[in-house]
Every structure is written in C-alpha cells, then in structure tokens.
Design a protein around this ligand. Structure first.
Ligand SMILES: [Zn+2]
Length: 274
C-alpha cells in the first residue's frame, strides 16, 4: 500500500509536503506531466524528492542526512489543521477545536505540540484579527461599521437611537427572527452587564419560545403570576410570593425554586429585606 502523502502550510504560508516523517518545501512546480520537485526543510540536508503531477506518487531522489521526525512533523500538521479550521468555522469554540485535535493526537505528537491552553490563545488571537476593532470612544461610534450592521447578508442592526442620544440604544435582530418572534406567545428577557462591549453598559436579550408553548395550562398561569411579581410595589412582593406559594402545586414549587435559584434571586432578596 502506498504511504500517505500529506500537505501542510509553513509558517510563511508556503505549501509543505509531509512524507514518512520528513517535511519538504516545493523547489519547482509540476509542469504538464513533469513531476514537482521538493527539498527538505532542513537547509543543511540534501534530501530531495519528486512528486508526480497527479500528486499520488512520491520518489525520493536524494537521501536525508538525518532521521525522520514523526512527532514533530505530525505536530506541525495538527497545528496547521487547527489554524485552518479556526479560520473557516467562526462559530466553533476554540476550546472544542483544540480538544478534538489534541484528543486524536498520539503521545509522540503531543510532545511536540504547545500546551493546549496556549494553542487556544493562539486561535483566539487569530480570530480577533478577522473582526473590526472595537471602537475606543463614543465619537468613533458615530456610525456603526458595516461589519456590525449586516450578518450573513441579512440586516442585523434594526435600530439606533443615534449619537445625540444620552442613553444610546442599539437594537439588533434579523428580520426572519423578528418575524418568528412576533408569532411566539412567550417571550423572556434577560440583561447582562458582563459581556457588554466596553462603551456600552448592558446587553439586554429577548428570547422567545419557538415551538408551541408550555403545555400544562395550570403551570402556565402560575408562571404568568411569577412574571407579574416585578410589577408589584417592592414592599408587597413577599406577600405576593406567599400568596403564590399557598396556591400552587408541587410542580410549580419546583419551577419556582429553579427560577429563584437563578436570575430572579436578587429580586426576591430585595423584597424580603424591606
Ligand atoms: Zn532532510
């Protein structure tokens, strides 16, 4: 069986050929039926070979003066594969890409790879280069750059209250999503300060139920009651909560615990203190 001919990219972006633990760069391209000519990446070595024009047949023309380095060669291949995958699939988390590649690599290859953590950082850095830089001042934000306005050729920025507005608000969403949202009976909102870009205070996201709705109508009416609690005067919230607890079943209690254990907690706590 023919041994595997593989290709990768050198640090300078040139194509490199991998064969039996040796790495080569191209010396002369294939010309018609004439094979391409390759030389060992080690410049002190005279190792040379020819690759048939259909890139299926490798012939060693001159021996190397060193031993093959399977681990290092394989590691280079893993690194360049991760880089290519990271650049072409923006949606996949860097940690998933590296996790998969490192999981598949053998011991010898792993020894020649950088630590997984530093590989992830490299991917994040190369990703960031692809995105427009974050604006540094409000003046720079006068116009939202086109890269942020459109997503996969659909309008993404739907509303901008404008540079003159003291509390500027931007609303993002695809038309197709908004249409679906208008048909959904249940919306949920949540705000976060943590992930907002530094010129902004808060990201507020709206979520909606895509398929159907909460089947159990009893539970649904109880959930509506929880969602109504924020509209009570703060001092009356504990009383409202007690009332709810008195008139609810076990399923609801579980749901309530779940809800109060996550994002509504601060709200209950405020009510209790007063
Ligand atoms: Zn060599």
């Amino acid at each position: 069986m023919a041994k595997k001919i593989d290709f990768t990219t050198t640090k300078r972006g040139k194509r490199a050929l991998l064969y039996e633990g040796f790495r080569y760069t191209c010396q002369r391209q294939a010309d018609g039926d004439k094979p391409s000519q390759w030389m060992c990446v080690d410049r002190t070595c005279k190792g040379r070979g020819h690759l048939s024009a259909d890139e299926k047949q490798w012939t060693l023309k001159q021996e190397h003066n060193h031993l093959p380095e399977f681990g290092e060669v394989a590691a280079n291949k893993v690194k360049s594969d991760i880089k290519i995958a990271a650049e072409s699939s923006g949606a996949v988390e860097p940690c998933l890409l590296t996790q998969k590649a490192y999981g598949e690599a053998n011991e010898e290859t792993l020894q020649h790879l950088p630590k997984e953590k530093s590989m992830k950082r490299t991917i994040q850095r190369s990703r960031r280069k692809k995105y427009p830089t974050e604006p540094k001042s409000l003046d720079e934000l006068e116009h939202i750059s086109l890269e942020y306005q459109v997503i996969e050729s659909e309008q993404w920025l739907q509303y901008d209250s404008g540079i003159d507005e003291d509390n500027r608000v931007l609303i993002f969403g695809r038309k197709s999503t908004l249409k679906e949202m208008s048909r959904s009976r249940n919306w949920l909102g949540d705000g976060t300060f943590k992930t907002a870009p530094h010129l902004f205070l808060q990201i507020y996201s709206l979520h909606y139920e895509l398929h159907g709705q909460i089947e159990n109508s009893h539970l649904r009416s109880q959930l509506h009651a929880i969602l109504a609690l924020p509209f009570l005067p703060v001092a009356e919230v504990p009383e409202g909560l007690q009332l709810l607890e008195k008139h609810t079943d076990a399923l609801f209690k579980e749901t309530l615990q779940n809800v109060s254990g996550t994002f509504v907690t601060p709200f209950w706590e405020i009510g209790k203190e007063i």
